[in-house]
Unconditional design. Structure first.
Ligand code: CMC
Length: 422
């Protein structure tokens, strides 16, 4: 049986055979056979936008692998910075490489004092943290104009280090500003996640020590969020990067795409949904509204996973460890009941809807003391190495600018009437 597909243009009787390579077919022969006929796929549901060696997701089998390594093993064995190194370089670091990488990141964590003195001060007091992050990541572009030289791999790597290093500083600074407490500068003596927790929660000059269980759980959440193939935000970052914009602007675009409730904003939406449902006995009523198409069960469903999101399973286990330290999140019982009811209901079973990464993550973040507005920002910190690995890979491949076609459905040519006749 040939590993190929054949397409025939019934208007002309001409045919073309296209080989199936790595599970895909090249669009070149299609467009040569059918000039001016576009493949219509507005949500990219069946379109591959990249040849990528970073992450493999199989939605039917329910697995996720970074550079070939199963997410379960990475979650068990590796810190977030090890995983970031893996995503960026393709291999896990040895001891010396990890030490060097941690030092590089720690030394790049400071942000220019204008962020604290001027830029952050310009936002409204109730500014949402995600909007602040999108803006401040974009502002980094103006502090590092050399980042525009995207052809030089060494220069690209410098910006990658800066971005991974500065995301927690920008995030914690946005939070500190929103609550009106003095900014805490990064401490190079602390590890990545501990340093972030210190910048977030250290009360002034008083010493701060993160609870090891909570520090580990947050680091694990960063690992689980670190990449997910060609998702909406990664694609947004790649599209912007394909115009050869600098990486700060590309990552800012990725953060913006992440913010929506269908994507990374879902973790915030789940918490708001649980608070709105209000009590255990209202769950059935809410599920009825979802099935009637009046509501959406946030934290459920995925374009790719039609089995179970492997990240959700790991997060659910981590939640129990966190609650042993913080006490049980009062919303947990409602979330568990929602999951139980939904998994037994034909509406969800038929559509293959399961809890995704965002269903339980918000409960953990909230129990750790993060305000709801910070949830998507935490997702962004975790996803930054993934965005950058894809951006770097795309430039390494010397790809063309992203420029989809459209199916035009507007009016045919017509004459502009004089204003008196409109
Ligand atoms: N609640 C109720 N019905 C749903 C849901 C949901 N959460 N998700 C999908 N459906 C239904 C949808 O109405 C449709 O039904 P029908 O065939 O009768 O019209 C069917 O399931 C297929 O859904 P779809 O909208 O075509 O699926 P999609 O692949 O376009 O959307 C999604 C994927 C994640 C945007 C969607 O499932 C959703 O909105 N989920 C809630 C938001 C959420 O949790 N997002 C986080 C995703 S995981 C983390 C990340 O990637 O950021």
């Amino acid at each position: 049986m040939p590993e190929s597909v054949s397409i025939t243009d019934n208007r002309t009787g001409k045919s073309t055979e296209i080989p199936i390579t790595d599970g895909g077919v090249d669009s070149g022969p299609w467009s040569r056979l059918l000039p001016g006929i576009w493949f219509s796929d507005p949500s990219f549901g069946t379109t591959s936008g990249a040849d990528s060696a970073v992450t493999e997701v199989d939605g039917d089998k329910g697995y996720l692998r970074y550079r070939g390594y199963p997410i379960e093993q990475l979650a068990e064995e590796c810190s977030f910075l090890e995983v970031a190194y893996l995503l960026i370089t393709g291999e896990l670091p040895n001891g010396d490489q990890l030490e060097g990488w941690q030092t590089e990141i720690a030394e790049a964590a400071l942000i220019h004092e204008n962020f604290h003195k001027r830029i952050l001060e310009g936002f409204r007091d109730d500014a949402h943290a995600t909007g602040v992050l999108v803006s401040t990541v974009a502002a980094l572009s103006t502090f590092f104009p050399e980042s525009r030289d995207i052809q030089d791999p060494a220069n690209r790597r410098r910006q990658i280090v800066r971005l991974i290093a500065k995301m927690p500083t920008l995030a914690a600074s946005a939070y500190r500003r929103s609550v009106g407490t003095p900014y805490v500068l990064p401490d190079p003596e602390l590890d990545y996640t501990e340093n972030f927790l210190s910048m977030m929660f250290r009360p002034g000059e008083v010493a701060f020590e993160a609870d090891p269980v909570l520090r580990q759980a947050l680091d694990l959440l960063f690992v689980l969020h670190a990449d997910h193939g060609q998702n909406c935000s990664t694609t947004a970052g790649r599209v912007v990067g394909s115009s050869h914009a600098d990486p700060y602007l590309a990552v800012s675009a990725a953060c913006a795409a992440l913010s929506g409730p269908r994507h990374g904003g879902a973790n915030e939406a789940v918490l708001r949904m649980l608070e709105e449902i209000g009590s255990y006995d209202k769950v059935d009523e809410f599920i009825r509204a979802v099935k009637a198409g009046e509501r959406r069960l946030m934290g459920f469903g995925h374009r790719v996973y039609k089995n179970y999101d492997p990240r959700a399973r790991i997060i659910k286990e981590a939640a129990h460890r966190v609650f042993e330290v913080t006490g049980k999140n009062p919303l947990l019982d409602m979330a568990l009941k929602l999951e139980e009811v939904a998994l037994a209901d034909d509406y969800f079973v038929d559509r293959r809807l399961y809890p995704n990464v965002d269903f339980y993550s918000g409960l953990i973040y909230q129990s750790m003391g993060f305000p709801v507005e910070m949830f998507t920002v935490l997702f962004a910190i975790g996803r930054t190495p993934g965005w950058l690995a894809h951006w770097d890979e795309m430039l390494e491949q010397n790809s063309r600018i992203a420029r989809p076609r459209q199916i035009y459905i507007g009016p045919a040519e017509r004459d502009v009437p004089l204003i008196a006749h409109r």
